[in-house]
Design a binder for this molecule. Structure first.
Ligand code: 13P
Length: 244
């Protein structure tokens, strides 16, 4: 269960969140719990989460180890502060910051090389769904952004299916719609990496996951977890989702 805070909260607000959140998930051992905070808040998140099962994640990284790349943050920098997860290829990065399947693959390889656990996002836009191209879009994103990983690399990847039209809109995919997309993605994994890899891969659903719809989504065997935006900003609300 991962919270993507996007560009929300200060360091002080991060610490305050963890104070409220940790007691609410202290006995939640059924899943990994990740908070993906803005870069500058990661030290606060790592410090606040110390000694708990909650792990800190970044929302992006650059693929070079270091260099003249003004404004970028690298894998070794994230590992060094105790960040253990990283979201890659979120649709907001594709839409506003020029992320492509090719850069998703480069970032994912860099994350793995530096011991980070990547959550790689895929998902179709509304017009792509409405024109019947959902599977085609997911296949293109999988082939360009993921399939270039070796079997050993892929084994450490979590996939997130996030239909763009469901993000921040309050329009959740129905559990059946989400499960269909997850099944399709898992089929692609199976064709590329084998049936065992496919059944072992975690595929998270993201897009307006809330305390009142998480149970229906998680009741689908195809849905292994959630990547939660808005509802992860409030400690009680995200704890309810984690403890669905
Ligand atoms: P919302 O839960 O706010 O729709 O955001 C989903 C998302 O983009 C998570 O990465």
């Amino acid at each position: 269960m991962a919270g993507n805070w996007k560009m929300y909260k200060t360091a002080g607000e991060t610490t305050a969140f963890f104070e409220k959140f940790l007691p609410l998930v202290a006995s939640s051992t059924h899943c990994d719990i990740v908070i993906a905070a803005p870069f500058v808040n990661l030290p606060a998140a790592v410090a606040a989460a110390a000694g708990s099962r909650v792990e800190a994640g970044a929302q992006n990284l650059f693929w070079a180890k270091e260099g003249a790349y003004t404004g970028e943050v690298s894998g070794p920098m994230l590992s060094a502060i105790g960040c253990s997860w990283v979201i890659i290829g979120h649709s907001e990065r594709r839409q506003y910051f020029g992320e492509t399947d090719e850069t998703v693959l480069k970032r994912t390889k860099a994350a793995l090389e530096h011991g980070l656990k990547p959550i790689v996002c895929a998902g179709e836009r509304l017009e792509e769904r409405e024109s019947g191209n959902t599977d085609k879009v997911l296949q293109t994103q999988f082939e360009g952004g993921i399939a270039g990983l070796s079997e050993a690399e892929f084994a450490r990847v979590t996939i997130a299916y996030e239909p763009v039209w469901a993000i921040g809109t309050g329009k959740t995919a129905t559990p059946d719609m989400a499960a269909d997309a997850h099944r399709f993605l898992r089929g692609l994994v199976s064709a590329r990496y084998g049936a065992e890899a496919a059944s072992g891969t975690r595929i998270l659903y993201g897009g307006s996951v809330k305390p009142d719809n998480v149970r229906g989504l998680m009741a689908q065997p195809e849905i292994d977890g959630a990547l939660v935006g808005g509802a992860s900003l409030d400690a009680a609300s995200f704890a309810t989702i984690v403890n669905f």
